[in-house]
Write a protein that binds this ligand. Sequence first.
Ligand code: SAH
Length: 237
Amino acid sequence: MKYKNICFIVAMEAEARPLIKAFCLEEDFSYAHGLPMRAWSIKSKGLNIHLVINGQDAESKLDLIGTQAATLNTHLAISHFEPDLMISAGTAGAFHEKGAQIGDVYLSHPYVIFHDRRVDIPGWKEMGVGRFPVVDVSRLASQLNLKCGVITTSNSLDMTETDEEIIRRNGGEIKEMEAAAVAWVAALHQVPFFCIKAVTDLVDVPHATVEQFQQNLQMAVDNLTKATVKVIGAINF
Ligand code: SAH
């Protein structure tokens, strides 16, 4: 695996800041032309690294999480930087019963799906789920001692019974709110793609997701940053 122009897409500024620092990225003010998205970059020793975030909602001043902003930002990032690899990096929920623990870092494998696009008609049903392929990172994961799993996306932090049933049916292990949208746009542009996700919360334990998320965000983001630095180190050798 050799990539020379890598672009991270991250939803929340709190997830992005430690990565921006770790890679010594500088803000690129020519990026989004009045849209809320922001970008940082560095060129060093033949390797370009970019990181884009979705920016903030003008009214609430909160980070633009979810698939709409991720879709727009992925298209913007691919048009602007022409990366040879897109990586969706961030935090996620996971399943205790599948062996996940708070703070674990997962790479996406072997695909990324949606779990909230329900259309119960043959053909449309499968299209709703998506099953977007990702770069085969299974060897990279075992080399770096990271876990691997199917990433599953919706626009909600909570998990309804129907969501859970769809996640289980499709083998979903890592639940978040952007990856499948990024995967779709990357596939349209034929840009290789995978995810790095750190677990902030377990969705199948009797503790509120929101509280777990807030409590564990910093630790998960630290783990995300360390793992991401290792992935970039390993990816070009
Ligand atoms: N900003 C809010 C919470 C956002 S949580 C706060 O500070 O309280 C949602 C973000 O974290 C999304 O970008 C999503 O991708 C990720 N995430 C973490 N755990 C998740 C889960 N259990 N389900 C869905 N998304 C999750």
